[in-house]
Design a protein around this ligand. Structure first.
Ligand SMILES: *[C@@H]1O[C@H](CO)[C@@H](O)[C@H](O)[C@H]1NC(C)=O
Ligand SMILES: *[C@@H]1O[C@H](CO)[C@@H](O)[C@H](O)[C@H]1NC(C)=O
Ligand SMILES: *[C@@H]1O[C@H](CO)[C@@H](O)[C@H](O)[C@H]1NC(C)=O
Ligand SMILES: *[C@@H]1O[C@H](CO)[C@@H](O)[C@H](O)[C@H]1NC(C)=O
Ligand SMILES: *[C@@H]1O[C@H](CO)[C@@H](O)[C@H](O)[C@H]1NC(C)=O
Ligand SMILES: *[C@@H]1O[C@H](CO)[C@@H](O)[C@H](O)[C@H]1NC(C)=O
Ligand SMILES: *[C@@H]1O[C@H](CO)[C@@H](O)[C@H](O)[C@H]1NC(C)=O
Ligand SMILES: *[C@@H]1O[C@H](CO)[C@@H](O)[C@H](O)[C@H]1NC(C)=O
Ligand SMILES: *[C@@H]1O[C@H](CO)[C@@H](O)[C@H](O)[C@H]1NC(C)=O
Ligand SMILES: *[C@@H]1O[C@H](CO)[C@@H](O)[C@H](O)[C@H]1NC(C)=O
Ligand SMILES: *[C@@H]1O[C@H](CO)[C@@H](O)[C@H](O)[C@H]1NC(C)=O
Ligand SMILES: *[C@@H]1O[C@H](CO)[C@@H](O)[C@H](O)[C@H]1NC(C)=O
Ligand SMILES: [Cu+2]
Length: 568
C-alpha cells in the first residue's frame, strides 16, 4: 500500500543518485514502549514498537543490510526475532531470548545488524520472549533486487495482511498463571486482521479492516499468521486466491477459495478483482483449524473487500457476501491444501533439495504431563501439569544465552550436546500411549558438523490426544519431502519422498496423527532454535536447538558477537 509505494519511489531516487550501488543499508529504530489500545470496548496498556499496533513495517530489498536499533523503555525484558530471515553467519541478530542472546533489559538497547542473502518475499518480526509477541509484531517485506521482476505479472498494489490474536487480559499474566497452576491458559477474545477484530464481535464494527479495490486489477496480498496459538483458515467471498509463494519461496501457482496458514507461516497470494463494479461487498474471514483437546477461541475475524465506485451512492446498502470456511477440524482440507504446494523449481529459482543424507533423525513431538510439584493438585490432566516435549525432552531455557556459552567455550552447566536421535522407547505413537512416556526437563542440543545434510522426520504423538503442531526452524529453510498419517514407516515411506520440487519453507505443520519429513543443509554456523509456533506449546517445552559448528574456511565461521550484545 502507500508505504510500499513511497518506499519504492525513495529507492528509485536513491538509485538515481547512486547508480553503481545495488544494495543499501536500511536503518530502523524500534522504541519499545507502552501504549493504551482499545479493542472490543476494552482498553489495555500493551507493549508496542513506537506506540504502533501492529508494529511498523520493514521494507528492504534482497541484498540489503538492515540495522535496527531496539531500545527498551518498558519493564519487561525484550528480544526481537526476524522470522524467516536466514541470518547467514549473523546468528547474534536472530533474537530468541536465552538462545542467541540475553534479553534487552529495561533502559538498554541493542542493534540488530544483518544482511538479507538470497531471500525475497514476506517475512515478519516479533518478540521472542515469553508471550510478548501477542502485541509486538509487524511485517517484513523483502522486494527482489532492483531490476529483477517477480516471476508473475507485476501486481497493481501490494497489501500486507497480518493475522493476530487479541486478549482483553494481560497475556503475560495469562501464561505466568497457567505455568503456575499447570493448567491450560485462557484463550483469546478475538482474532484480528491488521490489528482489527472486525464486525462479527461485540463493540468492534468500527475496528474493521477494509481493503478498497478497483475493478479489473491484481492485488498481491502478503499474508502473515502472527496469532499466538491458532492455525487459521482464510477466504474472501466470491473471489479466488492464487497462491504464489510460501514463507518467502515462490511456488508453482495454483488457485483456491480458501487457504490454511499456521502461526509462523506467510503466503503471498494474488487477488484478481472482478472486471466491473459488482454492486456488492465481500467479507474476508479467518477462523481456526483445531485438532487438539481443550478449549480454544472459535470466533471469526472479518475484514471487508470493498470496490471503489465513481458514484459514492453505489456504496450504500450493497448486499454483503460471506465466505464459507471449512469445519474447525477439517484435516482433509488441510492435507489437500498442503499437498498442492510445490516449489517453483525453475532455472532461476532452483529447488536445491539435498539428494544425499548424512544424518537421519526421528523426533516425536507432542504434549504430555509432568508431576505436580506442589502440595495441592495441579490443574492439568488428572491433577498433573501440562508439559510438551521432543523425543521425551521438555526443553528448559537456560539463564544465559546458548550461543554465547557455545562461542566462548562455557557450555558446562548451560547445555548438554546430546539431544537424542530418536525417542527413548518405541511405542505406537498414534495409538494408545503407554502409561509412562518418560518425559524429563533438560537443555540438550543436537550438534551438527558444518554442511551436514539432515533428514528429519517429525512424528506427532497421541499422548494427550493427536494434534497438529506447526514446527518452525530458525537459521534455515527446509524442504518438505514427505508427509503421511499414522506412524512413519522407515522402510516404506521414503520411497514416496519428493526430491524434485518439494515446498521449501521455515514452518511446517506436523499433521495431526501423522508425520512430516524435512531435509536441510546445515550450512549456517550458530545455535538455531526449533520450536512449535503455538506459543503455549513452546511455553510447555516443545522445542530444541541445533548447534551447527564452524566450517574450515573463514567464510564458514560465525564472527564474534557485536560489542553491544546484551548480557544476562
Ligand atoms: C494509559 O491509560 C492509563 C489510565 O487511563 C493512564 O494512566 C496512562 O498514562 C496511559 N498510558 C499511556 C502510555 O498513554
Ligand atoms: C553491521 O555489520 C557489518 C558487517 O559485519 C559491519 O560492517 C557494520 O559496521 C555493522 N554496523 C554497525 C553500525 O555496527
Ligand atoms: C457470490 O457467491 C454467492 C454464492 O456462491 C452467489 O450466490 C452470489 O451471486 C455471488 N455474488 C456475487 C456478487 O458474485
Ligand atoms: C449496479 O447497479 C447500478 C445501479 O443500481 C446499475 O446501473 C448497474 O448496472 C449495476 N451493475 C452491475 C454489474 O450489476
Ligand atoms: C464456540 O464455542 C462456544 C462455547 O463453547 C459455543 O457455544 C459456540 O457454539 C461455538 N461456536 C462455533 C461457531 O462453533
Ligand atoms: C469434526 O467435528 C464434528 C462435530 O463438531 C464431528 O462430528 C466430526 O467427527 C469431527 N471430525 C473429525 C475428523 O474429527
Ligand atoms: C483437493 O481440492 C481440489 C480443489 O478443491 C479438488 O479438486 C480435489 O479433488 C481435492 N483433492 C483431494 C485429494 O481431496
Ligand atoms: C486420567 O486418569 C484416568 C483414570 O486413571 C485415565 O483413564 C485417563 O486416561 C487419564 N487421563 C490423562 C489425560 O492422563
Ligand atoms: C497403533 O494404533 C493404531 C490405533 O489404535 C492401530 O490402528 C495400529 O494398528 C497400531 N499400530 C501398531 C504397529 O501397533
Ligand atoms: C503401566 O504399564 C505397564 C506395562 O505396560 C504395567 O505393568 C503397569 O502396571 C502400568 N502402570 C500403571 C500405573 O498403570
Ligand atoms: C519441568 O519444568 C517445569 C517448569 O518449566 C516444571 O513446572 C515441572 O515441574 C518440571 N518437571 C519436572 C518433572 O521436573
Ligand atoms: C530480565 O533478564 C535478566 C537477565 O536474564 C534476568 O536476570 C531478570 O530476572 C529478567 N527480568 C524479568 C523481569 O524477567
Ligand atoms: Cu504444538
Amino acid at each position: 500500500m502507500g508505504a510500499i509505494e513511497i518506499f519504492l519511489v525513495s529507492l528509485m531516487i536513491a538509485s538515481c543518485l547512486l547508480p553503481s550501488v545495488s544494495a543499501a543499508t536500511r536503518h530502523y529504530k524500534f522504541e519499545i514502549k507502552m501504549q493504551n489500545v482499545t479493542r472490543l470496548c476494552h482498553t489495555k496498556s500493551i507493549v508496542t514498537v513506537n506506540g504502533q499496533f501492529p508494529g511498523p513495517r520493514i521494507v528492504a530489498r534482497e541484498g540489503d543490510r538492515l540495522e535496527i536499533e531496539v531500545v527498551n523503555h518498558v519493564h519487561n525484558n525484550i528480544s526481537i526475532h526476524w522470522h524467516g530471515i536466514r541470518q547467514v553467519r549473523s546468528g547474534w541478530a536472530d533474537g530468541p531470548a536465552y538462545v542467541t542472546q540475553c534479553p534487552i533489559q529495561t533502559g538498554q538497547k541493542y542493534l540488530y545488524n544483518f544482511t538479507i542473502i538470497g531471500q525475497r518475499g514476506t517475512f515478519w518480526w516479533h518478540a521472542h520472549i515469553s508471550w510478548l509477541r501477542s502485541t509486538l509484531y509487524g511485517p517484513i517485506i523483502i522486494l527482489p533486487k532492483k531490476n529483477t521482476p517477480y516471476p508473475f505479472a507485476k501486481p497493481y498494489k501490494e497489501v500486507p495482511i497480518i493475522f493476530g490474536e487479541w486478549f482483553n487480559a494481560d497475556t503475560e499474566a495469562i501464561i505466568s498463571q497457567a505455568l503456575q497452576t499447570g493448567g491450560g491458559p485462557n484463550v483469546s477474545d478475538a482474532y484480528t486482521i491488521n490489528g482489527l477484530p472486525g464486525p462479527l464481535y461485540n463493540c468492534s464494527t468500527k475496528d474493521t479492516f477494509k481493503l478498497k479495490v478497483k475493478p479489473g486489477k491484481t492485488y498481491l496480498l502478503r499474508l502473515i499468521n502472527a496469532a499466538l496459538n491458532d492455525e487459521l483458515f482464510f477466504s474472501i467471498a466470491n473471489h479466488t486466491l492464487q497462491i504464489i509463494d510460501a514463507d518467502g519461496v515462490y511456488v508453482k501457482p495454483f488457485e483456491t477459495n480458501t487457504l490454511i496458514i499456521t502461526p509462523g507461516q506467510t503466503h503471498n497470494v494474488l487477488l484478481k478483482t472482478k472486471p466491473h463494479f459488482p454492486n456488492a461487498t465481500f467479507y474476508m474471514t479467518a477462523r481456526p483449524y483445531v485438532t487438539g483437546l481443550g478449549t480454544f477461541d472459535n470466533s471469526t475475524v472479518a475484514g471487508i473487500l470493498e470496490y471503489e465506485s465513481k458514484t459514492e451512492l453505489h456504496l450504500k446498502n450493497l448486499p454483503l457476501f460471506k465466505p464459507l470456511l471449512p469445519a474447525l477440524n477439517d484435516t482433509n482440507f488441510v492435507t489437500n491444501f498442503t499437498s498442492r504446494l510445490r516449489s517453483l523449481a525453475s532455472p532461476q529459482f532452483l529447488a536445491n533439495v539435498p539428494q544425499n543424507v548424512d544424518k537421519r533423525l526421528f523426533f516425536t513431538v507432542g504434549l504430555g504431563t509432568s508431576p505436580c510439584d506442589q502440595i495441592k493438585t495441579c490443574q492439568g490432566p488428572n491433577g498433573t501439569k501440562f508439559s510438551a516435549s521432543i523425543n521425551n525432552v521438555s526443553f528448559i531455557l537456560p539463564t544465559t544465552a546458548l550461543l554465547q556459552s557455545h562461542f566462548f567455550g562455557q557450555s558446562k552447566g548451560v547445555y548438554k550436546p546430546d539431544f537424542p536421535y530418536s525417542p527413548l522407547n518405541w511405542f505406537n505413537y498414534t495409538g494408545n500411549p503407554p502409561n509412562n512416556t518418560l518425559v524429563h526437563n533438560d537443555t540438550k542440543l543436537m550438534v551438527l558438523p558444518f554442511n551436514t545434510s539432515v533428514e528429519l522426520v517429525m512424528q506427532d504423538t497421541s499422548i494427550l490426544g493427536l494434534e497438529s503442531h506447526p514446527l518452525h526452524l530458525h537459521g534455515f529453510n527446509f524442504f518438505v519431502v514427505g508427509q503421511g498419517f499414522g506412524n512413519f514407516d522407515p522402510n516404506k515411506d521414503p520411497s514416496n519422498f519428493n526430491l524434485v520440487d518439494p515446498i521449501e519453507r521455515n514452518t511446517v505443520g506436523v499433521p495431526s496423527g501423522g508425520w512430516v519429513a524435512i531435509r536441510f543443509l546445515a550450512d549456517n554456523p550458530g545455535v538455531w532454535f526449533m520450536h512449535c509456533h503455538l506459543e503455549v506449546h513452546t511455553s510447555w517445552g516443545l522445542e530444541m536447538a541445533w548447534l551447527v559448528q564452524n566450517g574450515k574456511l573463514p567464510n564458514q565461521k560465525l564472527p564474534p558477537p557485536p560489542m553491544d550484545l546484551p548480557k544476562c
